[in-house]
Design a binder for this molecule. Structure first.
Ligand SMILES: [Zn+2]
Length: 420
């Protein structure tokens, strides 16, 4: 297919895109992809990619911006999950709008420069945080729309039925800019009642749901069954995600197959958060420590929509993080012992699958979609995953959003060498 000359604003030459083995040219006009062809003949500014991989950007389906970058101010012991929740709960009363904005901006800027184009952020709303964090996140959503699309998920981190005033605040948040509702039944004194209330609220506001769920290593009971039951009863198939679900790392294959089938039937998606799950799980073991990582790649084989996401960055839940989803997918592959045959699926876990989880309807490198794309310094996405190749540039709506030039080596033959 040849685009009409002069109708294009920009052409990417010799790009390797997910659906093609051979390099293609990608034509952009008015912020959208308007041509994909082995050779576009047109007079427009061009960027020659020399056979580098182009992806539609990474989709981070689970990030806590409001409590990111807290390491400097924590006096805690870096213990388990309960310690992390308590440490942040103690700091949360002092979060100001400016403070949350500044820490969130740091993460968003890292994420944009690592190739993320969509992000769902979980925001704590309760009597300690009030609506201050939400206010900051709404401002971030507007301020960084040039670089990534932020979806705001408000949730009760410290319980709903046991925390008076929280439900009223969640309702206020849903009336005032929150895009969806999250949950955390394991911190509630009545987990099943929390699940029921949140489904009711979500139905009232017609928003999707995203729970923190089954976040321990005891497979003898799960809230997952109740989530699937409610999703079907309420007609919410395809609109519910559950995050962590580390219990699934402790069930044998036959049980996992049954659970996978149940999740697929109920249209409940699963998000694995490798950095946090590996950091917090299995701490009771003195040796032979269980990994605590839900096997997303196996669930995907059964038709479950799964994603791998960042979760926490530089805080008591996860004192690591650079915002890179490619690094997270590589990390997942390594820990789950996935070889080259599975690299494409691991890439799917941070691109097309979370796009489905978030119900994005115009994601992907296809004619008519927004020109949101990133260029990786690798010949294919699978190579990029193996090497954690850096994204060297990114575009959103056809406008360049970042550049990260490839490294330059200065060998001994070079006459004048400058080092910092
Ligand atoms: Zn989370």
């Amino acid at each position: 297919m040849h685009a009409m000359p002069s109708s294009l604003d920009l052409i990417f030459r010799q790009a390797i895109i997910p659906s093609q083995d051979q390099p293609v040219d990608i034509g952009i006009s008015a912020g959208r992809i308007s041509a994909i062809s082995p050779r576009i003949v047109a007079d427009a500014p061009e960027i020659v990619l020399d056979g580098r991989a182009v992806l539609p950007g990474f989709v981070d389906s689970h990030v806590h911006l409001d409590k990111a970058c807290l390491l400097g101010r924590c006096g805690h012991s870096h213990g388990g999950l309960a310690d992390a929740i308590a440490a942040v709960a103690a700091m949360k009363r002092d979060f100001t709008v400016d403070d949350v904005y500044e820490r969130g901006a740091r993460v968003i800027e890292k994420a944009i420069a690592k190739g993320t184009t969509w992000m769902r952020t979980h925001v704590e709303v309760d009597p300690r945080a009030g609506l201050r964090s939400l206010k900051a996140i709404k401002a971030l959503k507007a301020a960084y729309a040039w670089g990534l699309e932020l979806s705001i998920c408000v949730f009760p981190q410290e319980g709903l039925t046991n925390d008076p005033g929280t439900e009223e605040l969640l309702v206020a948040a849903l009336r005032d800019g929150a895009d969806l509702l999250g949950g955390c039944p394991y911190t509630d004194s009545d987990p099943l009642a929390q699940i029921d209330r949140l489904f009711t609220l979500a139905g009232r506001f017609d928003v999707d749901l995203d729970f923190h769920l089954d976040f321990d290593l005891d497979p003898s009971w799960m809230h997952l069954d109740e989530i699937c039951r409610q999703a079907e009863r309420r007609g919410y198939q395809g609109r519910v995600a559950i995050g962590h679900v580390t219990k699934l790392s402790m069930v044998e294959p036959a049980s996992l197959a049954r659970i996978g089938q149940r999740l697929a039937e109920a249209g409940v998606a699963v998000t694995v958060l490798p950095a946090t799950d590996l950091y917090l799980m299995g701490r009771e073991a003195s040796h032979a420590v269980p990994r605590g990582l839900a096997p997303a790649h196996r669930l995907v084989e059964q038709g479950v929509v799964c994603s791998v996401a960042s979760n926490n960055i530089l805080n008591p839940f996860t004192p690591f993080g650079d915002g890179s989803l490619l690094r997270m997918a590589n990390f997942y592959a390594n820990v789950a012992q996935i070889g080259p045959d599975g690299f494409q699926r691991c890439l799917d876990l941070v691109t097309t699958l979370p796009a489905r989880l978030m119900n994005l309807d115009d994601y992907g490198i296809a004619i008519g979609n927004p020109a949101d794309l990133i260029v990786l310094d690798a010949p294919t996405g699978r190579d990029a995953l193996a090497e954690i190749a850096e994204p060297i540039m990114g575009f959103r709506g056809g406008r360049q959003s970042f550049a990260r030039p490839a490294a330059v080596l200065f060998g001994p033959a070079r006459p004048s060498r400058h080092t910092l």
